[in-house]
Write a protein that binds this ligand. Structure first.
Ligand SMILES: Nc1ncnc2c1ncn2[C@@H]1O[C@H](COP(=O)(O)OP(=O)(O)O)[C@@H](O)[C@H]1O
Ligand SMILES: [Mg+2]
Length: 211
């Protein structure tokens, strides 16, 4: 997969107030690499990931996927591409708080042709030190545990592009190392985009894109 951002811009308009968050952003992203989108809080990392992930539309510029321009006026098409190609960890995790960890993970298999793989779920939970939490309500978990559930959920999907928005902001050092190791393997065959406002990802990413 190749994703090309051409002069991307994003202006948020609220009444008379407008804020230009992304300005003439240009970059080429390829499979087989891990990209760090780095910048202070409020610099537009989440906004940019939302556009690159086809969750939000730019106010100027173009986005090309494998050379084909994305038509942001067709939500159905955007949704199909996202379903087929993308997997996300959102900054606020976006888990179903009233469902158990297991139920959250199971949902990945709904709406796909893939068969529920219990062993894969258990192996992943084991790896992420979460197996003892499998049947607990997500609302009862700590922030770091929820973030690891969100990461495990993202990995269950066989996507081409993985978008991780601040994926270790609440995770302890030991578990962060586990996440780094998984990401290093993942990026050898897939495209990985990660945001972070600190330098912890600097050494494991192939390219640093400063916002
Ligand atoms: N939906 C929105 N409407 C208006 N302003 C927004 C919206 N989303 C984000 N912003 C603003 O855009 C800026 C960048 O936000 P964001 O992309 O979340 O930055 P980051 O992820 O780097 O912290 C912030 O000033 C934020 O308040
Ligand atoms: Mg953000």
């Amino acid at each position: 997969m190749i994703i090309q951002a051409l002069d991307l811009g994003k202006v948020y308009q609220k009444g008379k107030n407008s804020i230009e968050v992304i300005k003439e952003f240009n970059h080429v992203f390829e499979s087989g690499k891990m990209y760090l989108l780095k910048g202070a809080s409020g610099k537009g990392k989440t906004t940019l990931l939302s556009i690159l992930g086809l969750l939000d539309k730019p106010t100027s510029g173009k986005l090309l996927l494998n050379g084909k321009e994305i038509d942001f006026t067709k939500p159905g098409v955007l949704c199909d591409i996202r379903k087929a190609e993308y997997s996300f960890v959102f900054q606020d995790y976006a888990l179903f708080e009233n469902l158990s960890v297991y139920e959250n993970l199971r949902l990945v298999y709904e709406d796909t042709d893939e068969k529920l793989d219990e062993k894969r779920i258990d192996d992943l939970l084991q790896k992420m030190n979460l197996l003892h939490r499998k049947y607990h309500r997500t609302a009862e978990l700590s922030g770091g545990e929820k973030q690891r559930v969100a990461f495990a959920r993202a990995l269950l999907k066989d996507a081409e592009v993985f978008i991780f928005d601040e994926p270790i902001s609440n995770v302890d050092e030991g578990n962060a190392q586990i996440i780094f190791d998984i990401m290093k393997v993942l990026k050898t065959t897939r495209m990985v985009m990660v945001t972070c406002h600190t330098s912890v990802f600097d050494n494991i990413c192939d390219e640093i894109v400063c916002l």
